[in-house]
Design a protein around this ligand. Structure first.
Ligand SMILES: Cc1cc2nc3c(=O)[nH]c(=O)nc-3n(C[C@H](O)[C@H](O)[C@H](O)COP(=O)(O)OP(=O)(O)OC[C@H]3O[C@@H](n4cnc5c(N)ncnc54)[C@H](O)[C@@H]3O)c2cc1C
Length: 387
């Protein structure tokens, strides 16, 4: 088993480090999906003088280490959203998630980003033997809003995914997509560069003094700085979670057929959203597991071995008749808030964003931030700032 991130982007040419002083209107700190999306939306709105700095390389944070599992209900399902925020506000957030996924899909198609993007049906399962399945309630609510949603039970469920683990599941369409997250983010950053954004790698922000950002080899004078550094933000509202991913050997068509996943689908456990699986473009099983809280000081996300042990058990329970070998495993950190809603703070000449915990939410937050910065109407305003 290789203890390394599976995703590769062979043709990627790293950007230069900032080596002189610079002036810009908007400085974005952080080259993950949040920062790059903010740069994209600024450029799309005709804003010219934008710079983005990244302390390592683009995608070196959570984005490039993620599973590339983009799904609505990823963090909060419809029941949880509506229960917490009421129907009107909840549906604004739900629609925002739909928009976030569509935005990613449109960017990939319009900008011709080759990142193994595949729209896939999602299967949101309820573990067998649970007395009171919340999935049934979720299905009733979702069906009211999304026409195509199906409830899967018994044989119908086995036909979609042949596992004894789930008793019920919800199958949804247009709710999920799979991609290679490293290729996506690095090639997306090239798109923003072509639109005029100056991108610097190996350029950590050391400190901000009034309207000057200090980096090791150059100071940046800015009008607004946007800190898109997720859990590295100082906010105590953002916790740092460590999650682990494993990738198996390539399955044969016969093996995929035996689990009814010849047609790729994205599957996860409704009780524990960090237990999920998808089939990669080259027919491997990708399994995600675990949300261990770690202190923000533990900067290097070494592989979390207890997760590997539990993933192996999870895999056995999912597909008892398959015995794939694990070829890659890695852990990574990301920010999450108590209520799974990102923290977005506008303070003087700085904007801070983090804790989105889902890349769809990162993109919708990025669009919201840019609209606010440019004094444009944001469809999410009523959600983030009700009343
Ligand atoms: C193992 C794992 C699997 C996941 N799987 C999924 C998934 O499948 N689907 C999904 O939706 N979400 C997933 N997530 C969560 C998701 O990846 C994150 O919520 C999202 O990528 C956060 O994006 P971001 O741009 O805010 O942060 P990041 O991608 O972490 O980007 C922040 C960037 O800021 C840089 N930075 C930090 N400090 C500085 C500084 N001082 N100066 C300059 N740069 C700095 C970092 O190097 C980093 O590149 C996963 C997370 C992990 C760890």
């Amino acid at each position: 088993m290789k203890e390394e991130v599976f995703w590769k982007n062979q043709n990627y040419i790293p950007r230069k480090q900032l080596k002189k002083d610079l002036q810009c209107d908007y400085l974005i700190v952080g080259g993950g999906i949040t920062g790059v999306s903010i740069a994209y939306f600024l450029a799309l709105n005709g804003i010219k003088n934008v710079a983005l700095i990244e302390k390592n390389h683009i995608g070196s944070g959570a984005t490039g280490k993620s599973a590339g599992f983009l799904a609505l209900k990823g963090e909060l399902d419809l029941t949880q959203i509506i229960h917490k925020y009421g129907r009107k506000r909840g549906l604004i957030y739900w629609k925002g998630n739909h928009d976030g996924l569509k935005i990613i899909r449109d960017i990939i198609s319009k900008e011709n980003i080759r990142c193994d993007f595949e729209l896939q049906p999602t299967i949101y399962g309820s573990i067998a033997g649970k007395k009171d399945s919340e999935v049934l309630g979720e299905y009733i609510l979702e069906k009211d809003i999304e026409k195509d949603t199906e409830l899967l039970v018994g044989k119908k469920l086995r036909k979609e995914v042949n596992t004894p683990l789930f008793e019920y599941a919800i199958k949804s369409y247009d709710h999920g997509a799979s991609l290679n997250p490293l290729k996506f983010i690095q090639d997306f950053s090239k798109v923003v560069e072509k639109k005029g954004v100056r991108v610097y790698e190996s350029t950590p922000l050391l400190k901000i003094k009034q309207n000057i950002a200090l980096t090791p080899h150059g100071n940046i004078t800015f009008r607004k700085a946007i800190l898109a550094i997720d859990a590295a933000n100082r906010s105590s509202k953002i916790k740092n979670l460590r999650s682990t991913i494993v990738i198996t050997n390539k399955l044969t068509k016969k093996q995929l057929k035996s689990i009814n996943l010849l047609q790729h689908k994205m599957i996860w456990d409704s009780e524990d959203i960090y237990h999920y699986l998808k089939i990669t473009k080259d027919n491997r099983i990708l399994l995600g597991y675990g949300d261990k809280q770690v202190h923000k000081r533990h900067k290097i996300a070494r592989i979390h071995h207890p997760h590997i042990k539990r993933i192996t058990i999870f895999l056995k329970k999912l597909f008892p008749h398959l015995s794939p070998s694990i070829e890659y495993a890695w852990s990574g950190d990301f920010g999450v808030t108590e209520d799974k809603i990102p923290v977005i703070e506008f303070k003087g000449n700085k904007v801070m964003v983090g804790g989105a915990s889902s890349q769809i939410v990162c993109v919708m937050s990025a669009k919201h931030i840019v609209h606010k910065l440019l004094h444009k109407k944001s469809s999410l305003e009523e959600f983030f700032n009700p009343g």
